[in-house]
Write a protein that binds this ligand. Structure first.
Ligand code: TEU
Length: 581
C-alpha cells in the first residue's frame, strides 16, 4: 500500500487506535454516482469520484451495502453476502475500487448486516423449506400464540411491532409457523444462539478481510442477542430484543474468530440504537476486544416526542449539549466515541440542527461541522454534508421511496392520522432526505446520472454542488478540508481531554480540548441570533485563532488590549472559532 496519510504510513504499521485521528466518509451507493446511466449509483461511479474524497482528505470510506439484494430496504436485505448486486457492479469492479482507494491512502469499511438476511437468501430459503431443515434454527420460528389460529390477527407469538410498522412476526404457510423480522418481512432475523450460524457469519467476514477490506460497520449489531420472546409494553421490541444477555459474549467471540491476530489497520463500529454510555464503555474498552466504537442514537432522538420518531418536537441546544457532554465524559477514560450528525437514516444535519435558509445555510453547516469535528471521537461525514446539502422538501407521499416512510404513512393514515400531519413529519425526519442524489454540479441531473434518477434530485443543486465549492476557499467543502487537516496535524484534536463550558446557554456551544500544555477553545453560536458574547476568560481572544468559518474578509482582527479582547469574543449568527494556546 503506497504512502498513506499520517494515520497509516505503509512502512510504519498503524497504531492499533489509528482511527482516533481518522475521519470517515459514508457513501450510500444508490445515491452517490451513477456510471451506467440507469439512474442508480454504483461502484463505477464511486471509482470515478475518489479524487473528490482524496481532495477532502478523508481516511476511510464506510460503504453502505452493495451486496446482492432484492432491495426491499435498499440493500440492507442481503441475499448473498459474497457477491455484488449487478445494480452496483461486480466483484472485480469492487476489487478495482478497493485498490484505487488504497492507492489514495483511503481505507474501505464494509457494512455488515447480520442481524437479519433477505428472505431470498439461501440460508432462509433452506430454513423455511421444512421444520426439519438443517438451517431451521438459523432463524426465529415460533408457533402461533396458544389458543390462536396462525395467520389470524393477534396470533403472533409476541406483540412486537416491527421498526417498519406492522407486526414483527410473519405467518408462513409452508411450515405453519411464524418467523421474526424486526424490520420488514423480507428481512428475517438470524438466530445468533446457533453456533453454526455464527461460524458461517465469521467465515464470510474473514472472506472479505482476506480480500483486503479494512473493517466493518455493523448494522443494528446490538439486536443479535435477544432477551426473551415475551410481550412488551406497546409492542416495542427494544426491551426484549435489544442488548440481550449474550451480546458481549458474541462480540468477543467475533473478535476472536475474525479479527484477532490480524495486523492493525482495521476498524470496527457497531450501530447500537438505544445503547447507553455504560454499555458503550464496555463494548469499546480495548481490554475487552469487542468493538473500536459504536454509533449511539441519543442525540438523534432528542427531537422525538413521547409519540416516537414521527412525533417531532423542538430541540433545545442545552439538551443536545447535555447529551453529547455525557458521552464525552462517559468515554473519557475508557472507550471511544463515534461522532455524527447524520447518515442514510437521518434527515440532513443542516436542515435539522442548523438553518438551511439561503442566508444562513453555509455558516450553519460549517459551524455544526466545527463543533462535531472538534469533539473527542472519530468524525463521520455523510455524503453531501461536506457540501451543506439540505433536506429535500418532498411535495407528496409519491416522492418518497423508503420502506420505513411508506409503511408508516400507510399504517398511520389507516389508523386515522391526518395525512397532512403525517406527511409533514416525514418531510422533517424521513430517511429519504439523506438519500437524494449527490449534487456534483448544477447541470439538470446534478452530475449524478445521465439517466432518470431513482429518487428526485434536490432542485437546490443549482446553488449547492461540488463543482462550485471545491475551489472556493469559503465553501462548506473547504471548511471540511481544514477541519480534517487540523485533526491530522494537531494531536489535541484526536487525543485532548474534553471540557464542556456554558452548558445551559441556549445559543452557544463552547468547550475546550487540552493535551499536555496545549489547549484549544471551540466556540460556536449555533443560532441565527445576532451578536452573542462568549463568557470565557478574555485572554482567549488574544490566543492564536486557528480556524473560523467566517470568510477571510470578515475575520476578527487580533485585539490589542483586554477591553478589545473581551469585546472580540462576540459571535455573529452561526459563527464558529477555534483558538489555540
Ligand atoms: O438502521 C437501524 C435503525 O435503527 C434505523 O432503521 C431506525 O430504525 C430508523 O430508521 C432511524 O430512526 C439500520 C440501517 O442503518 C438502516 O438503513 C436499515 O434500514 C436497518 O438497520 C435495517 O437493516
Amino acid at each position: 500500500m503506497p504512502d498513506l496519510p499520517a494515520t497509516a504510513q505503509a512502512d510504519v504499521p498503524p497504531a492499533r487506535d489509528w482511527w482516533k485521528s481518522a475521519v470517515v466518509y459514508q457513501i450510500y451507493p444508490r445515491s452517490f454516482a451513477d456510471s451506467d446511466g440507469d439512474g442508480v449509483g454504483d461502484l463505477g461511479g464511486i471509482l470515478s469520484r475518489l479524487d473528490h474524497l482524496q481532495r477532502l482528505g478523508v481516511d476511510v470510506i464506510w460503504l453502505s451495502p452493495v451486496y446482492r439484494s432484492p432491495m426491499d430496504d435498499n440493500g440492507y436485505d442481503i441475499s448473498d453476502y459474497q457477491d455484488i448486486d449487478p445494480l452496483f457492479g461486480t466483484l472485480a469492479q469492487f476489487d478495482d475500487l478497493l485498490a484505487a482507494a488504497h492507492e489514495r491512502g483511503i481505507r474501505i469499511v464494509m457494512d455488515l448486516v447480520v442481524n437479519h438476511t433477505s428472505d431470498e437468501h439461501a440460508w432462509f430459503l433452506d430454513s423455511r423449506a421444512s421444520a426439519d431443515s438443517p438451517r431451521r434454527d438459523w432463524y426465529w420460528w415460533r408457533p402461533p400464540r396458544p389458543g390462536h389460529v396462525g395467520g389470524q390477527p393477534g396470533a403472533e407469538p409476541t406483540n412486537w411491532v416491527s421498526l417498519f410498522s406492522g407486526p414483527a412476526w410473519q405467518w408462513d404457510e409452508t411450515t405453519g409457523a411464524y418467523y421474526l423480522h424486526l424490520f420488514s418481512p423480507k428481512q428475517p432475523d438470524l438466530n445468533w444462539e446457533n453456533p453454526e450460524l455464527r461460524e458461517a457469519v465469521y467465515a464470510m467476514m474473514r472472506w472479505w478481510l482476506d480480500r483486503g477490506v479494512d473493517g466493518f460497520r455493523m448494522d443494528v449489531i446490538n439486536m443479535i442477542s435477544k432477551r426473551e420472546l415475551v410481550d412488551t409494553p406497546g409492542g416495542d421490541p427494544a426491551p426484549a430484543a435489544f442488548n440481550g444477555p449474550r451480546l458481549h459474549e458474541f462480540l468477543a467471540e467475533m473478535h476472536r474468530e475474525v479479527f484477532a491476530g490480524r495486523p492493525p489497520g482495521l476498524l470496527t463500529v457497531g450501530e447500537m440504537p438505544s445503547s447507553t454510555v455504560e454499555q458503550a464503555r464496555l463494548h469499546t474498552d480495548p481490554a475487552r476486544t469487542e468493538l473500536d466504537m459504536i454509533f449511539q442514537f441519543e442525540h438523534v432522538d432528542l427531537d422525538s416526542g413521547p409519540g416516537g420518531k414521527w412525533d417531532v418536537v423542538p430541540l433545545r441546544l442545552s439538551r443536545l449539549k447535555a447529551c453529547l457532554g455525557r458521552w464525552q465524559e462517559g468515554l473519557a477514560e475508557v472507550g471511544w466515541n463515534s461522532l455524527y450528525w447524520g447518515n442514510h437514516d437521518q434527515p440532513r444535519a443542516v436542515s435539522r440542527f442548523g438553518d438551511d435558509s439561503p442566508h444562513h445555510r453555509v455558516r450553519s453547516a460549517t459551524a455544526l461541522a466545527t463543533v462535531l469535528h472538534l469533539h473527542r471521537g472519530t468524525p463521520y461525514i455523510y455524503q453531501g454534508d461536506e457540501l451543506g446539502m439540505t433536506n429535500a422538501h418532498f411535495a407528496t407521499i409519491d416522492d418518497f421511496r423508503d420502506i420505513e416512510a411508506l409503511n408508516h404513512y400507510r399504517t398511520a393514515v389507516a389508523a386515522g392520522a391526518d395525512p397532512v400531519a403525517v406527511l409533514d413529519a416525514l418531510r422533517r425526519k424521513g430517511r429519504d432526505n439523506a438519500r437524494t442524489p449527490m449534487q456534483w454540479d448544477a447541470s439538470p441531473g446534478a452530475g449524478f446520472s445521465s439517466g432518470d434518477p431513482w429518487i428526485e434530485v434536490n432542485a437546490n443543486h443549482v446553488e449547492i454542488n461540488a463543482a462550485d465549492q471545491v475551489d472556493d476557499p469559503d465553501s462548506v467543502f473547504a471548511h471540511h478540508q481544514r477541519l480534517i487537516a487540523l485533526r491530522h496535524e494537531e494531536p489535541v484534536v484526536a487525543h485532548g481531554d474534553f471540557t464542556m463550558l456554558l452548558p445551559e446557554h441556549e445559543q452557544l456551544y463552547v468547550f475546550t480540548r487540552s493535551l499536555g500544555g496545549r489547549e484549544l477553545l471551540v466556540a460556536a453560536n449555533l443560532s441565527s441570533e445576532q451578536r452573542v458574547p462568549v463568557d470565557v476568560p478574555a485572554e482567549w481572544a488574544r490566543a492564536e485563532l486557528v480556524l473560523t468559518n467566517v470568510p477571510s474578509a470578515a475575520r476578527p482582527s487580533q485585539p490589542d488590549d483586554a477591553d478589545e479582547a473581551a469585546a472580540a469574543l462576540v459571535l455573529g449568527p452561526w459563527e464558529a472559532r477555534i483558538y489555540r494556546r
